[in-house]
Ligand binder design. Structure first.
Ligand SMILES: [Zn+2]
Length: 251
């Protein structure tokens, strides 16, 4: 994605506060998963917090979104680094790219990471007619976790995602790594400081948002060192994963 396109698409994250799923919708989502043959444990438990994605472990979940446009190997290299540190992260890939190079998602899952749905082409879903929004989610990466592009979603998107077997996953810490000024993204030291200085309640059992096309992958060694120095643990890498990501997360 070009810098100018990113600027055109850029909007504050998140656009809307997370909504609580009504119990009836949650029950229907669970029933749909059972009927579709997916384990009911992939469906969200009561009290599911979209911002924490089912992370009840107290550990920190690192997440990386979109696609490494100018250097595709960066995704797998980042996955290898995290695996080497014993860390499981979540990658929310845009499927119009990921479907062209399926080896990337396969490698990430083999490395022990989760790969989630970030739609087919990264639109603002609430601006689309319902049928188009549904198609965008349906044609995303096969998974049970769904991250709405730009964090832009409402009850309609939550309902569509649930009907397709997904639970919405946003974040507690936005590094704003995507926010460029004069065509430059925030540097490694800035991103590291943003995570270091984020509120404790957003890090304990929290979810950190970064992107594959910014300086976030390069900032990870410092971020990991800082989090551990501050006494936080990170989600543990326990080996290869599949498309079904259970609630609560196995962090
Ligand atoms: Zn995105």
């Amino acid at each position: 994605m070009s810098g100018s396109l990113r600027r055109v698409l850029r909007l504050p994250h998140p656009l809307r506060p997370p909504r609580v799923r009504p119990p009836l919708v949650a029950a229907l989502a669970a029933l749909t998963l059972v009927l579709c043959g997916l384990p009911a444990s992939a469906a969200p438990a009561a009290g599911y917090d979209h911002r924490r994605c089912g992370n009840t472990s107290g550990r920190v979940l690192l997440t990386l979104d979109d696609w490494p446009y100018d250097h595709v190997e960066r995704a797998v290299e980042t996955g290898a680094y995290l695996k080497g540190k014993g860390i499981r992260a979540a990658f929310f890939l845009i499927n119009q790219y990921a479907s062209q190079q399926p080896r990337v998602a396969e490698a990430l899952r083999r490395q022990g990471h989760w790969v989630g749905n970030h739609t087919y082409s990264h639109p603002h879903l609430p601006r689309l007619p319902e049928a188009d929004a549904r198609k965008e989610i349906r044609d995303g990466v096969r998974s049970t976790l769904f991250r709405p592009p730009f964090g832009d979603y409402g009850p309609r998107e939550t309902r569509i995602a649930a009907s397709l077997g997904f639970r919405v996953c946003t974040w507690t810490v936005d590094t704003f790594d995507w926010e460029d000024s004069g065509g430059r993204f925030p540097d490694v030291a800035t991103l590291r400081a943003r995570v270091r200085n984020a509120p404790a309640e957003d890090k304990h059992g929290g979810v950190v948002l970064g992107h594959l096309f910014t300086n976030f992958p390069d900032a990870l060694p410092g971020i990991v060192d800082d989090l551990r120095a501050q006494g936080y643990a990170l989600c543990r890498n326990t080996g290869p994963t599949g498309p079904v990501i259970r609630d609560p997360l196995r962090c």
